[in-house]
Design a protein around this ligand. Structure first.
Ligand SMILES: [Zn+2]
Length: 643
């Protein structure tokens, strides 16, 4: 039977693991008995049995991505607000659910990126269109390059033990490489205990001290964080600009900090009566301890990140949702009156947004969510967002809609953002565009127009790169932005055109049901859409995400009752046609692609499917044709609209 293992590139360990995980002992014994019975009786059946085993194993081989690692953090953090340094103790219980034995583990030390000559710094100096927030002056010089030693960010690991024994480790930029004393076997746990010290960098990007708007501490990507190991192996990208892929688990975090600071972030405050600052039970009084510091105790379950922010001048409002979820709003109390007004108006609107996404995708699963003024724009985190606060109403609502939507796309449906930023930014853009227009009562048939415009613009500039490009490897930030936000958004809005609006809506819900709290891949999403619609979509995922092929369909000729269409672009698409006859009546037609093996639900007349290889397609109508319009919905990203 060894040839079977070899064929499917499975080691014996994998096999035993899958048997343990997937087959009940009774099933094994039935299988064995059947085998022993058949062998002496019929050699033909014997062959069938071997085929069945082969199929069974190939099923398990493809089911490999069904496991995921688990990490439980306990941290004790002591913050010195005078020099922006903190000391930390971290206990991490790591469960290896993979079928593999791990001889090494890796941690992210993100703050190390904010040092002169780091990869992030050099990338800033070499990319043609650097992020404006990260550069200064006419020469657009990197702000990281000029950081002084007391302004840089760092995380220094002072000691690390695995199950009580010191291990060897090495810091390489933003990654800590750890060589284990004893491998962590499949299905086993290891306890890591680490002492570290860190410095909060001057705010350059996302994290840091003293933001432009004067927020003291934006603490994102601030702790030693275990890198993710999945069916593809380790994911240890250096922090250059983009990230977000973490291990699911639980957090128990204690932060000791100056007692005037108000904190907010991931997790529920466990000791509200000791910290006060608006967290205490309504109407009760809190006597803060005599010392200089307060201890904030947070707990968060089923998350893959932990973020917090702190400022001595935060105003803290609570908005209680009817379903029991508590919303926290933390913003500077010295904002101009019109900004303060916007932050008040935002509170019921945030509740509406959470309800909207819960209804369209899946129920928000946590008990609280916080919108916090901080960071340098808008960035999504576990159970919270950090956004800048000096915004017009439209901008504040828009950015909140976008960041809250991220709770679903990338947070709960935790795709690998480095690899598939389009499933994160694109899907978020799609659903938040819809939320924004619907909740503002705007009647807009295509809320995604901006994405189509930016897609066509970047394609015409000739700088487009396929969506399979790693988020940090795009030549230009413009190309990254267009691909991730716009082309990723169009992936879904154009899917409405292919399989129908209702089917896309159902797909999103089913995708959440199947993959929340997991790490779905593009193919996982495609499979859900295929099962919901009954339409094959391999061609779509392939063309739209792995190539830069473009769409261009044209009406070549109208001859009396005959219409001839032409495919000019390489990318195939089904065609919706509105035909106007000479008597000014109209009729809708739908031409599916052969590759779809089906068509969307539509009231249009379904015509014979179009095979991709044929450059032209013709059909006849009952009446004489006056004019023909391809795709009146505007959802197909055709590059040339006037043909
Ligand atoms: Zn985003």
């Amino acid at each position: 039977m060894f040839f079977v293992f070899k064929n499917y590139k499975l080691t014996q360990n994998h096999f035993i693991y899958f048997i343990k995980k997937n087959i009940k002992p009774t099933l094994i014994s039935i299988f064995l008995k059947l085998f022993l019975y058949i062998v002496p009786h019929n050699i033909f059946f014997m062959k069938n049995i071997i085929i069945s085993i082969t199929l069974l194993i190939s099923f398990f081989a493809t089911a490999q991505s069904n496991w995921q690692q688990h990490a439980d953090y306990t941290m004790d953090i002591d913050v010195n607000i005078k020099n922006y340094q903190y000391k930390g103790k971290q206990k991490l219980i790591y469960t290896n659910n993979s079928p593999d034995e791990l001889k090494k583990v890796y941690y992210h030390l993100y703050f190390n990126a904010f040092q002169p000559n780091s990869q992030m710094d050099i990338r800033l100096q070499t990319i043609k269109d650097p992020d404006r927030r990260m550069v200064e002056g006419i020469g657009k010089t990197s702000r990281i390059a000029s950081l002084k030693p007391n302004e840089i960010g760092y995380i220094k690991v002072n000691s690390l033990k695995q199950n009580g024994q010191a291990v060897k480790y090495k810091t390489v930029g933003t990654i800590l490489e750890v060589t284990l004393n004893e491998p962590i076997k499949s299905g086993e746990k290891a306890t890591f205990k680490m002492d570290f010290e860190a410095q909060i960098p001057v705010q350059i990007r996302r994290s840091g001290r003293n933001s432009k708007e004067g927020v003291a501490l934006s603490m994102t990507q601030w702790y030693p964080k275990m890198a993710e190991y999945d069916f593809e192996g380790w994911h240890t990208p250096p922090y250059i600009g983009r990230e977000f892929y973490g291990v699911w688990g639980n957090f128990d975090v204690k932060i000791h900090i100056d007692k005037n600071y108000v904190l907010g972030g991931t997790g529920k405050v466990q000791n509200p009566q000791e910290v006060g600052h608006g967290y205490q039970e309504k109407g009760t009084k809190v006597t803060l301890p005599k010392g200089e510091k307060l201890t904030w105790h947070f707990k968060a379950e089923k998350v893959h990140d932990f973020t917090w922010a702190g400022d001595p001048n935060y105003k803290h409002d609570i908005y209680q949702m009817k379903n029991g979820t508590t919303l926290h709003f933390l913003y500077k109390n010295d904002l101009a009156p019109h900004f303060l007004e916007n932050w008040k108006k935002l509170q019921p609107k945030t509740a509406e947004l959470l309800n909207y996404f819960s209804e369209k995708i899946g129920q928000y699963p946590y008990k609280q969510y916080s919108v916090i003024q901080g960071g340098d724009g808008g960035m999504e985190y576990a159970q919270c967002t950090l956004i800048t606060g000096k915004r017009s109403w439209g901008s504040l609502f828009g950015v909140t809609a976008h960041e809250v939507a991220h709770t679903w796309f990338q947070f709960l449906l935790a795709t690998n953002e480095n690899k598939y930023p389009w499933m994160d930014e694109g899907f978020t853009t799609y659903i938040s565009n819809k939320a924004e227009t619907e909740l503002s009562g705007i009647n807009n048939t295509n809320p995604h127009k901006g994405s189509y415009k930016s897609y066509r613009y970047v394609v015409k500039m000739g700088v487009e790169e396929p969506l399979t490009t790693n988020a940090d490897r795009y030549d230009l930030n413009t190309a990254y932005g267009m691909a991730s936000y716009s082309k990723g958004n169009i992936f879904l809005s154009q899917l409405e055109y292919i399989i129908g609006k209702e089917n896309v809506a159902k797909t999103l819900k089913e995708y959440y049901k199947k993959f929340a709290f997991k790490h779905p891949t593009p193919n996982d999403f495609k499979r859900v859409a295929e099962k919901i619609s009954g339409i094959h979509l391999e061609w779509y995922l392939n063309e739209w995400t792995k190539t830069t092929h473009t769409i261009d369909y044209a009406v070549e000729k109208i001859e009396g009752n005959k219409i001839i269409l032409k495919r000019i672009g390489k990318m195939p698409m089904p065609i919706d046609l509105e035909v106007t006859y000479i008597d000014d009546t109209t009729e809708d037609f739908n031409i599916p692609l052969v590759m779809m093996r089906g068509h969307k639900p539509t009231t249009a007349k379904i015509l014979k499917a179009w095979g991709w290889a044929y450059p032209t397609y013709s059909f006849e109508t009952k009446k004489q044709v006056k004019s023909v319009k391809i795709d009146k919905s505007g959802l197909m990203a055709d590059m040339v609209l006037d043909n």
